[in-house]
Design a protein around this ligand. Structure first.
Ligand code: DX5
Ligand code: ZN
Length: 222
């Protein structure tokens, strides 16, 4: 079972509510919400107020990807704003276990995000607190970048760790991929073990208004 999570980073920010409704009507499973702070990453996007503003436009889960440092103090704000899933980068938290606990205590699902060069061992001692593992297939900060091919090897390694954990615990952890996912590589990425796919420019990019089937094309490529 696959999930597609269109990233609002490439949506029309002047019409976000409409973009959310359209993409969910086209079959999107989650809404991916990229939070950048011009500190942890060299770009600045949106915060809890905008999350709260789009919340009434859909019942689909809102998948908040925090690219901020520090992490902890913004977690309750996103939980109150209607986030369902909150993920953060281990490098951005002084206490990874504590940050995961804060997310779960706020009623959200929790996940860790791994940059292309971040080793997977950060997940080792916190598997019981993970609902999602998100692998970045580009360096975080911008939409529209090219998929880094080495990510396929990392995906297979993450899949093995998660499969082994699921077999011994009976708990499910989703494996999400973010960056450069397009119609021409999504099938290969799925074969490497991803089950949840963020897609920004492929969904909301060029031809957005002209192509009512833009979403169908990327799910159809799986
Ligand atoms: C990058 C963001 C991604 C981005 C993906 O830092 O985390 O979610 O929007 O955009 P595409 O799909 O265009 O690579
Ligand atoms: Zn993202």
């Amino acid at each position: 079972m696959y999930r597609i999570a269109p990233s609002l980073l490439s949506a029309d920010f002047a019409r976000l509510g409409e973009e959310v409704r359209n993409v969910v009507a086209s079959g999107a499973d989650w809404i991916h919400f990229d939070v950048m702070d011009n500190h942890y990453v060299p770009n600045l996007t949106v915060g809890p107020l905008v999350c709260e503003a789009i919340r009434p436009h859909t019942s689909a889960p809102i998948d908040v990807h925090l690219m901020v440092k520090p992490v902890d103090r913004i977690i309750p704000d996103f939980a109150r704003a209607g986030a369902n899933i909150i993920t953060f980068h281990p490098e951005a938290s002084e206490h990874i276990d504590r940050s995961l606990g804060l997310i779960r205590d706020s009623g959200c699902q929790a996940g860790l995000v791994f940059n292309p060069a971040t080793p997977l061992h950060h997940m080792d001692h916190v598997m019981d607190k993970l609902d999602v593992v998100l692998l970045m297939s580009v360096n975080p900060g911008f939409g529209g970048q090219k998929f880094i091919p080495e990510t396929l090897n990392k995906l297979r390694a993450a899949r093995d760790r998660i499969d082994a954990y699921e077999a011994r615990s009976g708990r499910r952890i989703l494996l999400e991929i973010d960056g450069g996912v397009k119609t021409d590589n999504i099938a290969e990425i799925a074969r490497a073990g991803a089950d949840t796919f963020v897609a920004g420019s492929a969904v909301f990019g060029a031809g957005r208004d002209e192509d009512p089937n833009r979403y169908d094309s990327i799910i159809g490529a799986l």
